[in-house]
Design a protein around this ligand. Structure first.
Ligand code: ADP
Ligand code: MG
Length: 402
């Protein structure tokens, strides 16, 4: 992968793929509730404008239907926020590759930045038909001299603005993509030891691939969150109404056996915070209590790791030199069930380990808790980071020139 500094971009136009898929307030006001992804794009933007390039950004927001402009998918809030952060106006085209896009790009001066409308307003972006994608990619490529890939959150996708356009223009990885790739390469290829991987969240099946890929290199594997209950079930315990992926129990048994065989410490919760219902609008504070993990009562569901498990996990993290964390330890969105996630996040932040967070919700949890500074790298790509941890080749990275 080339770097921005390898491209001769002064006075030329650069098409930049960024990930601006930020959460918006559900009330439809267009207020951005977490601008982390926009902030993460700034180093690359400053490098490009500082080098005298004219920058055209292509990005997506939400899941529009792909039938043209939809107000709810407009990148207008992003253009505004980006302009505030950059300290310069960011022009927003009203279409993706049409008259407005061409006019907006033609008006750019060196050092200026413009944004095309939501690329997913155009159904060709995500088409399974390569010819469709290539057609859109050619329209995008005609707007610029170079392509820079910096939308790490989409590099695992085969899409017109991610893979197809890279085949048409001289290209490089942006600073964010470089930092992401470097951080994951370090934990995947040369972790300092002890090497601790902490997995949680809600989907066991998604994360078994990570275990499969990392089981040969980790020293300790800590399992919390919703996925822990499938591990408890695999050990023969009842889990009440907790999250359980029954069809994964056999696979989990296999990994438990493999960890034992390899002498890897596989640590599962010894206690758990259970509730008599999932907290919801009609029942915001269900009854809750701490129980031993092998004695979850019928009708109760585990929604966080318990206090003994928190201490156990903290001890496993304290002397770690490398930590990878994917998936919260409990239902952290509800304060009553956020303690496990908070305490584990604090322990990682306080350790001297090179620490990487992959996973959208885990990253959101750490930001919500204000602990960002304690981590070496917080990935901006949930799916992409998971696929890297699973050892997969990401098409948006593979396509970039060597
Ligand atoms: P990430 O995005 O970090 O990869 P996931 O998407 O796999 O994480 O999982 C995040 C979700 O898992 C959160 O919404 C959280 O509420 C949920 N979760 C965590 N623990 C539990 C649990 N014990 N029961 C149900 N859901 C849980
Ligand atoms: Mg998630």
């Amino acid at each position: 992968m080339k770097s921005i500094s390898d491209l001769d971009i002064a006075g030329r136009t650069v098409l930049l793929r960024s990930d601006f898929n930020v959460p918006l307030d559900k009330d439809g006001s267009g207020v951005i509730t977490d601008d982390g992804r926009i902030v993460a794009s700034l180093p690359t933007l400053r490098a490009l404008t500082g080098a005298g390039a004219k920058v055209v950004i292509v990005a997506h927001l939400g899941r529009p239907k792909g039938v043209g402009f939809e107000e709810s998918g407009s990148l207008a809030p992003v253009a505004k926020r980006l302009g505030e952060l950059l300290g310069q106006d960011v022009a927003l085209a009203s279409d993706v590759t049409g008259d407005s896009a061409r006019a907006t790009v033609a008006a750019l001066q060196p050092g200026q930045v413009a944004l095309l409308q939501n690329i997913r307003f155009d159904a060709r972006e995500t088409s399974k038909d390569q010819a469709q994608r290539q057609e859109l990619a050619a329209e995008l490529a005609s707007l610029a001299d170079f392509y820079v890939s910096d939308g790490f959150g989409v590099v695992h996708r085969k899409q017109a603005s991610v893979t197809d356009v890279a085949e048409l223009l001289p290209n490089a990885g942006g600073l964010l993509v470089e930092k992401e790739v470097k951080s994951f390469s370090k934990v995947l290829a040369e972790p300092d030891r002890p090497y601790v991987v902490i997995l949680g969240g809600s989907k066991v099946s998604d994360k078994l691939g990570v275990i499969d890929n990392l089981i040969d290199s980790v020293d300790r594997l800590l399992i919390g969150g919703g996925m822990a209950y499938t591990f408890l079930a695999a050990n023969g315990h009842g889990v009440g109404t907790s999250l359980l992926e029954e069809d994964q129990i056999e696979a989990v048994k296999g990994y438990i056996a493999k960890a034992a065989e390899k002498g890897i410490e596989l640590v599962i919760p010894v206690d758990t915070l259970v509730a008599d219902a999932f907290p919801g609008k009609d029942n915001p504070t269900p009854q809750r209590k701490v129980v031993a993990s092998d004695s979850i009562p019928d009708g109760w569901m585990g929604l966080d790791i318990g206090p003994e498990t928190i201490e156990l996990f903290k001890g496993k993290v304290a002397d770690a030199r490398t930590v990878v964390w994917n998936g919260p330890m409990g239902v952290f969105e509800v304060p009553e069930f956020a303690t496990g996630t908070l305490e584990v996040a604090k322990a990682i932040a306080e350790s001297d380990a090179f620490s990487v967070i992959g996973g959208g919700d885990s990253a959101a949890a750490v930001r919500q808790l204000g602990l960002e500074d304690g981590f070496s790298h917080i990935s901006t790509g949930g799916g992409a980071s998971l696929e890297l941890l699973e050892g997969k080749t990401l098409p948006g990275l593979a396509v970039l020139e060597g």
